[in-house]
Design a protein around this ligand. Structure first.
Ligand SMILES: NCCCCCc1nc2ccccc2[nH]1
Length: 292
């Protein structure tokens, strides 16, 4: 370990470690579920780390939060009821709240310390909690989903950490089945789906499960986030039934109504024109990706 530097070492990416220069340690704690660390980096703003894994930095969080939110919400007309699993930093809430059609936003985050730390150190991200449509549930996302009536939500976003620790069961088949049950017919889900450079085995298992469970479209998209391992992170984008969702030509473009800019600030990454990094699957691996 180099003094003054944080290195992200994990068995999930053996033999490599992204490092960030540390200016100042801001918070260190242990919640009921994980170690929580916040530091001021030299060039990426403040950084949130859970069990040694980078979850967000002020400089590049926009790429992840905007893509995981607007890819699904811009693919269906008139989303009204949205559920966020995880995402205790509030960034996905901030992005969901940009959609004026949304009437209700539920969020289920297992670790209250993540919410409290985000509100204290990441106000530009945690501002999502201030929206009156938001209801915060502190608890296990699996239990929450199993208690939700069938067909409740138009969209569900799973902003999870990695499948080591509290988020492990959010990558397993029963959880995807409960996602499909909680969605209305034609509803869409979007989940954090790791790196095509590091986790193809995990991704192939998720795609195989989603192909059995989601009878609409099953897509894998990815984007560039410099402070996530290998510099990319992906998303599973699935609909329960209905016509293939064309994520390249969103039927509910967010730029159509820019009233959100006044309260949330401008979008920094996503827009409807740019072709997103969406890769199709030809069994057994990615065939090609078309982006930008
Ligand atoms: N190694 C990639 C990790 C991706 C993490 C995405 C993420 N960032 C978060 C911040 C707070 C709570 C849950 C979160 N989930």
């Amino acid at each position: 370990v180099i003094p003054g530097w944080f290195s992200e070492i994990s068995p999930l990416w053996p033999g490599e470690a992204h490092s960030l220069k540390v200016e100042k340690l801001l918070f260190q704690g242990k919640s009921d579920y994980q170690n929580v660390l916040v530091f001021q980096s030299s060039t990426y703003g403040k950084v949130l780390v859970l069990d040694g894994v980078i979850q967000l930095t002020e400089r590049d969080e926009c790429a992840y939060q905007e893509m995981i939110t607007h890819l699904p919400l811009c693919s269906i007309l008139n989303p009204k009821k949205v559920l966020v699993i995880g995402g205790g930093d509030g960034g996905v809430l901030r992005e969901v709240a940009r959609h004026s059609s949304v009437e209700k936003i539920d969020i289920c985050e297992i670790d209250k310390m993540v919410v409290d730390v985000s509100k204290q150190f990441f106000p530009s991200v945690a501002l999502g909690f201030q929206d009156p449509r938001v209801t915060l549930h502190i608890g296990d996302g699996v239990a929450f989903l199993n208690a939700v009536p069938k067909g409740t939500y138009d969209a569900i976003i799973v902003d999870s950490s990695d499948p080591i620790g509290p988020a492990q069961e959010l990558f397993e088949k029963p959880f995807f089945e409960s996602l499909a049950k909680a969605l209305r017919p034609g509803g869409v889900m979007c989940t954090q789906a790791e790196s095509i450079w590091l986790h193809m085995q995990i991704i192939e298992n998720i795609v195989a499960n989603c192909r059995q469970i989601f009878k609409g479209s099953v897509n894998y998209a990815w984007t560039s986030v410099p402070t996530y391992p290998s510099g990319v992170i992906g998303f599973m984008l699935c609909s329960t039934e209905g016509p293939a969702v064309d994520f390249k030509h969103p039927i509910n473009p967010i730029d159509a109504d820019d009233s959100h800019v006044k309260t949330k600030g401008p979008l920094k990454f996503y827009n409807s024109e740019v072709r997103h990094c969406i890769s199709w699957f030809l069994y057994p691996t990615l065939c090609h990706s078309s982006c930008f």
